[in-house]
Design a protein around this ligand. Sequence first.
Ligand SMILES: Nc1ncnc2c1ncn2[C@@H]1O[C@H](COP(=O)(O)OP(=O)(O)OP(=O)(O)O)[C@@H](O)[C@H]1O
Length: 446
Amino acid sequence: MFLYGIYEKFVPHHFHKHVRKYIQKFVGFMSPYMHITFPEFISGQCLKRSDAYSCIRTYLSASSLENAKRFKAEVVANSQTPLVLTMEDAEEIEDKFQGVKVWWFSHNNSKNDSDAKLYLTLTFHKNYRELITTSYIKHVLEEGKALKLKNRKLKLYTNNPSNDWWRPSSRKWSQTTFEHPATFETLAMDQEKKEEIIDDLIKFKSGKDYYAKVGKAWKRGYLLYGPPGTGKSTMISAIANFMNYDVYDLELTTIKDNNELKRLLIATSSQSIIVIEDIDCSIDLTGKRTKDEKKDKDGNGKESNVTLSGLLNFIDGIWSACGSERIIIFTTNFVDKLDPALIRRGRMDKHIEMSYCSYQAFKVLAKNYWDNDSDHVLFPIIEKLLGEVNMSPADVAENLMPKSISDHFGTRLKNLIKSLERAKKKTEKRDKEAEMEQCLEGKKNM
Ligand SMILES: Nc1ncnc2c1ncn2[C@@H]1O[C@H](COP(=O)(O)OP(=O)(O)OP(=O)(O)O)[C@@H](O)[C@H]1O
């Protein structure tokens, strides 16, 4: 106390901070322990979540739990470990590697929740510097990555309007858990086509070295086109579940300009699918739309200035290469409306037509709703009708869905037959009318 009094009295106040700094340095120099800090976000062109941080957190949550006393619990559906415990903030965890003790401490740099940045600090004895900085950290990152994959719950992201981006607590993308049950097994389409898509996806997933060798960014574009209700959205869910990728559902109409589009792209993570549904309705691809056409149904003008060239840059410009293992999917009901530049091979590598329900596709749906591999006696009638009438898988599925507990599969098939017959009559009537109109036109021109 006496010495401190002398220090306070004789050392000028503006020197205090320098003295404090030297004392801290001295204590650090004398301490036999070293510290390495891993921030949650890494700064660059924009703030990006650090992969290392999240791998370490997962590792610590799962494999070094014995010594931690407080956890956060999360329930993960469809996971091998349904209850996942994660490290609480300001919690210390002790870990051991090849007989060497290390300590992890989780902390944030702010008292204010909205702009808190999280850090993990690793403390270990100087003598083990080599072992810890090479083998131990490598071990933690690898284990964390494997655990993340095992417990991974897919996420569905949607883009927020940019008016909110300035807030520290607001993010460019809102996220929710993606739990769509669609798989390739339940997807109704011709088997050959399905297998071709699965092969393509497998090749893409294992193509890291190939893409590096040929000097191409590790990404693939799919264009899904076809009438409403043919399963374009269902296909996206099946791809996400098959690949174990997150989905970014990009709503173009809320994006002000190409610059915003670029910033959204940078904020997406690897191993993800970026989806733009109904691309023909989302953007002025021709540059010919009038202001009125840009208004939504409430009459509000949409101010999106995203252009075709902005979108092309989004797909294969230099920015699209920051991140890898990404699939970009466009869907449309009107493929002919799209600018050829947008969908040329190399941009949209695979064009997949989702078509009306074939008999093969019907059999997949029947299996989904009947849980029986054998053929029903009514199947041949349905096969014949599906050959004559266009009905979407969505409409077929609607007929096959039980409306009550006592609703037998046979009854549902009969309902489907009735719907198909009605659709057949409608088509025949329409064809006759068109034929008559043509006749009249012909007579007029004679
Ligand atoms: N090929 C399919 N396989 C299995 N179910 C399907 C298929 N097509 C449609 N369905 C069923 O119909 C519903 C609607 O399908 P979906 O939204 O995938 O069609 P879409 O082609 O994306 O339609 P839209 O063009 O109107 O957006 C789905 O929830 C699903 O139950």
